[in-house]
Structure formats: C-alpha cells, structure tokens
Design a binder for this molecule. Structure first.
Ligand code: ADP
Ligand code: ADP
Length: 241
C-alpha cells in the first residue's frame, strides 16, 4: 500500500482583499509509494508549498482525505499530527530561518534526538549525534559551532541531519537548493541519493528547476494554479508516468 495518499484534496486561504476565501489547491489526488522519489514542479504561487505543508500534517486541508500507511489521519487531531510527524520530516529553503541561532550544531541534533521514542540515554544520544553528522558528510569539528559560523550548504546538511534524527520514512525538501551555488547543490543531491540508497527513505523534491529533479526523482508532477497537470509542459522533456 502507498506510504502517503491524498484523495480529493482542496485548500482555501482567507482572501487578503477582505471577504471570502480563495482556493489554492483543487482536486489533488496523489499517491507516494514507500521509498519513492517524487519531484513537484510548477511556477511560483502554484500551491507547491501548501501541498507540502498538507503532506506533513502542518496545514489541515479544507477538503479531502489524507492516508498514511493505509490509515486515514485527521491533521486537526494532535495524535494524528504526531503520528505523521514521526514519519515525515521537512526541510526548507533557508535553514538560517529555522535552525536555532543560539544552539550549537550538536545541541540542534541532540534536541531532535531527544524526541525519539523509546527514549535514548544521554550517552547514546552523543553517539547518535556523531553518527548523524557523519551521515550527512560533515566533520566532527562542526559540532560546537552555531548556525552563523557555518556555510549555507553546511547549515542545509545540519537541517537534514536534524530531520534524520527523527528516523523519518519520507523527507520533503521544499526549494532546498535555491540559495546554494552549483557545487553545493550537486553535493546535496548526491547526499539525498545516498540517504535514499542506504535507508530506503522516500523523497519529495519541490522546485522550479527541472535539472536537479530529473537527476534525483523517478517521477515528476506539475502543479499549475492549484491543480496537477495531466500532461507535462512541452518545454520539459522528462517522463511523467
Ligand atoms: P508555491 O509554493 O507554488 O509558490 P504556495 O503554496 O506558497 O505556492 O502558495 C499558493 C497560493 O497560496 C499563493 O497564491 C499564495 O500567495 C497563497 N498563500 C500561501 N500561503 C498562504 C497563507 N498562509 N495565507 C494566505 N494565502 C497564502
Ligand atoms: P506540535 O503539534 O508538536 O506543537 P506543530 O505541528 O505545531 O507541532 O509544529 C510546530 C513547528 O514544527 C512548525 O511550525 C514547523 O516549523 C515544525 N514542524 C512541524 N511538523 C514538521 C515536520 N514534519 N517536519 C519538520 N518540521 C515540522
């Protein structure tokens, strides 16, 4: 059965101009298999980030159903959100905005590890922290540094290691390459491919550039004005089956 399935999802936001609501997602049906690598593309404002927040349970959809591993979950209910959150992690474009500026790299990772159930002992957390840092290809001398003392590419790796600390089955990456230069982008893509190969982690890569998505993903969907396009835009020569 699919890892995650969205059925008939629609989403409205309050209209900033005043009365009423504006539909930003409509008729979204999407299945993601365990270990699948899916790209989500589309112009700015298409609804990609909203779709990502719905997938991770952060934004309860206005309509439709969300199933995880064969069970329907209601993201308005805290236990259901917690269940999704254990299995699905997300990283964003700018880790500087959500890494804690006052915590060292080591403390950031330990904080995420402290949420694991069953609980890890303190010594086990230390070992796991070092292992997670190595898993994302960072040297141990980064452990005492704070986010402003590392590069953007390194901060993105720390954010990924924090996400991995929760042992997710799906990692949603929302525009995570946007602020990186090309070598750093390629290195992050290699890292994601390696994590997928090692752990069977499912990946969703959201972006507006076809090249990184074509490199990493097996399948791509296009969003436009809140709907999934059934045929790919002709300019993008990639399989969409
Ligand atoms: P994308 O990620 O493809 O750029 P988004 O999901 O961020 O698209 O946005 C889809 C639409 O919803 C846009 O028109 C955006 O302005 C609007 N939107 C996004 N977040 C909110 C919000 N919290 N409140 C109101 N409107 C929003
Ligand atoms: P809780 O219900 O545990 O208080 P929330 O759902 O209110 O958690 O989310 C708190 C913050 O945690 C959010 O603003 C978001 O930035 C982050 N967050 C929530 N779910 C995830 C997730 N699956 N992956 C990464 N960050 C998340």
């Amino acid at each position: 059965s699919p890892l995650i399935e969205l059925i008939g999802i629609a989403h409205d936001y309050p209209n900033p101009a005043g009365a009423g609501r504006r539909r930003v997602l409509d008729g979204i049906d999407l299945r993601l298999g365990p270990g699948e690598r899916l790209g989500i593309m589309g112009p700015s404002g298409a609804g990609k980030s909203t779709l990502a927040r719905i997938l991770i349970g952060l934004e309860p959809p206005s309509q439709g159903r969300l199933c995880f591993a064969g069970h329907e979950l209601d993201p308005r209910r805290r236990p259901d959100r917690a269940r999704l959150r254990e299995a699905v992690q997300m990283v964003w474009q700018d880790p500087a905005l959500y890494l804690n500026p006052r915590l060292s790299v080591e403390q950031q990772i330990e904080e995420a590890l402290a949420l694991r159930r069953p609980r890890l002992s303190r010594p086990d957390r230390r070992v796991a922290t070092a292992a997670l840092l190595a898993q994302v290809g960072l040297p141990p001398d980064l452990l005492p540094r704070r986010p402003h003392e590392i590069s953007g590419g390194q901060a993105q790796r720390v954010a990924i290691s924090r996400a991995l600390a929760r042992a997710p089955r799906l990692l949603v990456c929302d525009e995570i390459l946007a602020n990186l230069d090309l070598p750093a982008q390629l290195a992050i893509l290699d890292l994601l491919a390696q994590l997928h190969a090692e752990t069977g982690l499912a990946l969703i890569l959201i972006g507006h550039d076809i090249r990184p998505i074509a490199r990493l993903c097996q399948r791509v969907i296009w969003l436009d004005q809140g709907r999934i396009l059934t045929t790919a835009p002709e300019s993008n020569a990639i399989r969409t089956a």
